[in-house]
Design a protein around this ligand. Structure first.
Ligand SMILES: NC(=O)C1=CN([C@@H]2O[C@H](COP(=O)(O)OP(=O)(O)OC[C@H]3O[C@@H](n4cnc5c(N)ncnc54)[C@H](O)[C@@H]3O)[C@@H](O)[C@H]2O)C=CC1
Ligand SMILES: Nc1nc(=O)c2c([nH]1)NC[C@@H]1CN(c3ccc(C(=O)N[C@@H](CCC(=O)O)C(=O)O)cc3)CN21
Length: 276
């Protein structure tokens, strides 16, 4: 049986009180032996956030000696700003990027890359980067139909993306339907499954209200049962992620991409109860 890849994602901290957990997460990365480590970056972020992302990427790639993956949301960027960022990546020997559109902020003027595929096309002309894209097993909230969703994915493949990572979902049946649907449509690049442990009620609200991610019946049960006990909620969220990953492994998925939420302890628990 082919082995399933294991990769991680970290978030540069946006608040001072989140710095120590982030540092601990970075220190623990090598022992977790991920195939790669991605650094989250939202669209239209301040220059300081971009710099924090570049610092993390440099540390991961050149101090921890793990392949780093840069997130690159293009919506509010220009050809010049993307070229500059790609130069910064190259100087740090980072060769893998996740090309994204990014969240729409209605008050902001769109730049040179309205879609992730536009950005991927540009990156491919710019230099030799390995490009990853996002995919949506529960369909992208803006896609009017599955036909539109599949055409969007085909744009990503045509633009040279070599791998897809799925949006977070909580019911593996959604993934099973999705993978069959895209394979039948002839989209054949590798698909890695994004798994996010529900570590807090705040995170659940963020996923549902800001990212349009549907919850499952079992997640709703978890909220009802542990909604007012943060510690019990966190542990139940960790167990949910463990059960979800073990089921995905049994289904024969190509890769698991675990969002660490910068929680080293949760990440270690999940890794050891799934991949060992
Ligand atoms: N920062 C992060 O880690 C992640 C962010 N996201 C979010 O996901 C959302 C969309 O990102 P992407 O999938 O990269 O955007 P995208 O531009 O590929 O897709 C957005 C919508 O446009 C459609 N579309 C795609 N290419 C098209 C084209 N060439 N012509 C017309 N329609 C097209 C898609 O079907 C979809 O409905 C954003 O809100 C982004 O922030 C998703 C995953 C990770
Ligand atoms: N539509 C969409 N936008 C995204 O930005 C996005 C996705 N989907 N899908 C998956 C990845 C992973 N994302 C996330 C989302 C939240 C946290 C997170 O840590 N949230 C904490 C607090 C963050 C903070 O310190 O501000 C939370 O409790 O919500 C991390 C990665 C972002 N990504």
């Amino acid at each position: 049986m082919p082995t399933t890849s294991f990769s991680l994602e970290i978030v540069p901290p946006s608040r001072p009180e989140a710095i120590s957990a982030y540092q601990e997460m970075l220190v623990e990365l090598p022992a977790l032996a991920p195939e790669s480590v991605a650094v989250t970056l939202g669209a239209g972020q301040a220059e300081t956030t971009k710099e924090a992302s570049l610092t993390a990427l440099g540390i991961i790639q050149n101090q921890l000696m793990l392949p780093a993956v840069a997130h690159l949301p293009g919506l509010y960027e220009t050809k010049a700003s993307i070229s500059q960022f790609l130069d910064e990546l190259a100087s740090r020997r980072v060769t893998k990027v996740m090309a994204l559109r990014g969240e729409v902020q209605p008050e902001k003027a769109i730049g040179d890359f309205p879609h992730a595929s536009d950005l991927a096309n540009f990156i491919n002309r710019f230099g030799s980067f390995d490009i990853v894209g996002a995919s949506y097993p529960a369909r992208h909230p803006e896609s009017s139909s599955w036909v539109a969703e599949l055409l969007g994915l085909q744009h990503k493949v045509d633009a040279g993306m070599s791998q897809l990572i799925t949006q977070v979902f909580f019911d593996n049946q959604i993934y099973d339907n999705f993978i069959h649907r895209i394979r039948q449509a002839g989209i054949n690049i590798p698909v890695t499954v994004g798994v996010m442990p529900l570590l807090s009620q705040h995170l659940v609200d963020n996923l549902t209200h800001n990212m349009g991610i549907p919850l499952s019946h079992r997640v709703n049960q978890l909220i009802t049962k542990y909604g007012n006990d943060p510690q019990a909620f966190r542990q139940a969220g960790i167990q949910y992620a463990i059960d979800q990953i073990n089921e995905l492994l049994a289904m024969g998925v190509e890769g698991i991409h675990l969002f660490t939420m910068n929680d080293a302890d949760a990440t270690k628990q999940i890794k050891s109860a799934t991949f060992g």
